[in-house]
Design a binder for this molecule. Structure first.
Ligand code: NDP
Length: 310
């Protein structure tokens, strides 16, 4: 059976950075890309805050560069997903989506996070028929139409601004009476003529014949000013945060209440010796590409040290 020294699960900035470091340390890392090769940044447009790109860079292009950098030093990148892990003894047993088993002396988990949904049954009903969690993937379909984005953080503002370049009108549905996004993003949203911010609003349902034609909104829910109204939209975009992709590790390593992997700061060690975690799957706070890349570096160095000691 195949045994690898360093097995990396996930191919975002954390996974590729750990692959760059581990391959340069001659550890022949194997990266399982997962079902979204390159991770969340492949769904974004311009990245303006990653150091070293004064003019900005497109998300997919940056991930392609990281991948090529990892491959240049010998990392093997497999276009597969890991379905199951057994961390009860070393080497660890890891099974891919086709049922192939790989033994790993160390594992670096960098599975990232995925977009959250509100939990409305209508989101399921209209999934792919007007409901999306990725404006850059699906925005194209809403040219000159009306759309809504739910959320008040940087992601919501970014999605709203992107959609505003395509759509006729963008509603930003915010449950509080303020935006949580950074000042610069707030300003850009406010300055955009075709974005209307609906503060103190929650979505209670969606309607439409063959796809989304509108959303049912409640404003000032549970107060004397409570008001129900509909907005006419063709697209409904979620931007309300993320959930860590850690379901397959439940029962194998310690997770917090939200499912984030608990690491022994400042290291990337988990409660299982030889298993390390990097990037958004272990980061409920910062969730930035540069922060993920930083922990990816640390995870590779932690794995290298662990292999030297064992
Ligand atoms: P955030 O957690 O920052 O924001 C989530 C937003 O969704 C909040 O406004 C929250 O409302 C709202 N929300 C959550 N649950 C619900 C719900 N059930 N119904 C309605 N609204 C809901 O997530 P982001 O994805 O925006 O950002 C995550 C991190 O990534 C942040 O640190 C952000 O700064 C960063 N980021 C940075 C970017 C950049 O620098 N260009 C781009 C994108 C993200 P409430 O405020 O009421 O809790």
């Amino acid at each position: 059976m195949e045994t690898v020294k360093v097995l990396i699960i996930g191919s975002g900035p954390a996974g590729y950075t750990s692959a760059i470091y581990a391959s340069r340390a001659n550890l022949n890392p194997v990266v399982y890309e997962g079902n979204q090769p390159g991770g969340q940044l492949t769904q974004t447009t311009e990245i303006e805050n990653f150091p070293g790109y004064p003019e900005g860079i497109q998300g997919p292009e940056m991930m392609d560069q990281l991948r090529r950098q990892a491959e240049r030093f010998g990392a093997e990148i497999r276009p597969k997903t890991i379905a199951e892990v057994d961390f009860s003894s070393r080497p660890f047993k890891v099974v891919d989506e086709d049922g192939n088993t790989v033994m790993a002396e160390t594992v670096i988990i960098s599975t990232g996070a995925s977009a959250k949904y509100l939990g409305l049954s209508d989101e399921e009903k209209y999934r792919g028929l007007g409901v999306s969690a990725c404006a850059t993937c699906d925005g194209f379909f809403y040219r000159k139409k009306n759309v809504a984005v739910v959320g008040g953080g940087d992601t919501a503002c970014e999605e709203a601004l992107y959609l505003a370049t395509l759509a006729k009108k963008v509603y930003l549905i915010v449950r509080k009476d303020y935006l949580r996004a950074s000042e610069v993003m707030q300003r850009r949203v406010r300055e955009k003529e075709n974005i209307e911010i609906l503060f103190n609003c929650n979505t209670v349902g969606l309607f439409g014949e063959d796809g989304v034609e509108g959303a049912k909104i409640v404003q000032f829910k549970g107060t004397p000013q409570e008001d129900f109204f509909d907005i006419e939209i063709d697209g409904f975009f979620l931007a309300i945060g993320h959930k860590p992709n850690t379901d397959i590790f439940r029962g194998q390593i310690d997770l917090d209440a939200e499912g984030y992997i608990i690491t022994k700061a400042p290291t990337t060690r988990t409660n299982v010796e030889g298993v390390f975690a990097a990037g958004d799957c272990a980061d409920p706070i910062y969730r930035q590409a540069i922060a993920a890349a930083g922990t990816g570096c640390r995870a590779a160095l932690d794995a290298e040290r662990f292999l030297m000691e064992h």
